[in-house]
Ligand binder design. Sequence first.
Ligand code: GLU
Length: 443
Amino acid sequence: MIKTSRAKYKLLGVIYTWCLIVASYLEWMLKVLREAVDLGGMPEEVYTMLSKPDRILTVKIPVRMDNGKLVIFEGYRVQHNNALGPYKGGIRFHPEVTLETDIALATGMTLKNSLAGIPYGGGKGAVRCNPKQMSMRELEQLSRGYARAIAPIIGPEKDIPAPDVNTNPQIMIWMVDEFSKLKGYNVPGVFTAKPPELWGNPVRMYSTGFGAVVIAKEAAERWMDGFEGKRIAIHGFGNAGQWAAYWASKWGAKIVAISDTSGAVYDPNGIDVELAMKVKNETRKVINYPKGEKIPDPSAPLFVDCDILMPSAIENVITKENVNKVKARLIVEPANGPVTPEAEKILYQRKDFIADVPDILANAGGVVMSYLEWVENLQWYFWDEEETRQKLAAIMKRNFHKTVDGWEKLKAKHPDKLITMRDAAFVIAVDRVYRAMKLRGWI
Ligand code: GLU
């Protein structure tokens, strides 16, 4: 009895905390919108339009599980705004997703796609499930069921989903297959980030890390007299972190620190990235890298002596409590939200600090690559890997300089305020959607 009520309280506590997080994420997104509209001197109607999504679809997905039981999963597709083109954004499979988080994420996609200069609006999908506890067959049934359920509102010219947390190319191709069966012909352009063997593109595998390094290189060339020889620390050695390390070292930078949950490796003479990737993929632990200094604390790369820091793991790793230990002059964010807003303000007060290149710009490589894949699919004409990579790099470069130029202008407009690069990115993003809505006569 006591046990049950304790468990109940614990559960209530978890739900309560989660509600706070959910409320604050959507609230945070709305606050960002509010500030961008005000800073950019845009009409109030822009906020009114963008503070609510265009359409919300809630779906039920029945799946016969391996144990014979029928389980009903709940899923969503939120279409936030399509002033610039079809809705675009990933699908998240996670036990804790809610409609509110999905709305916030869809709003974020409208802004990310706008800043990326690609012809897309924003959307996001989610299914509340725990994919880590599901068999391949169950996962396939769930993926196909979700694709069928959202089929009426998606399509290459309507809404183009892609992977997000816990979804991958295999899931995308199951969904394409299901959608194609409904239509009666192959429709590759309805989902992006498919396997390279079937209408996908090999660049997609490393596009987020690659895109972030293109930005870091442009930033170093614009602000720090070149990229070659720059010391880079990378926090997180998953997909984004590994490929960021790979491309940065290929282009002449020195990777001085890497980490994952097993710990960190520090080597001021430079880490052999290909060896580190091999070790990580074979043993799952960066700490097994045979050279350099091993540090048990995985957060070590955030605070080592370096020129550029690339936080590539999770959100809120640099906070007002630890920001004073950060030595890098430039931060480029492959991860989502690694620096808290308070910490960011403190960084900009440092005399030698150049910029914190925000996630919305630095990690857009994934969705920009999605755009290129979609263009290939619409034409049934495919570029080779090298050509695709060049196109991706060109778009990322353009976006970096566009954002820096906008930042300069915004700083000149508000000389009395601390204007971060993130502020500028959001103003540019909202402004592009504003102009599209105005031209179309929506506001
Ligand atoms: N989920 C990724 C993102 O949030 C990719 C979205 C896409 O390619 O549509 O940017």
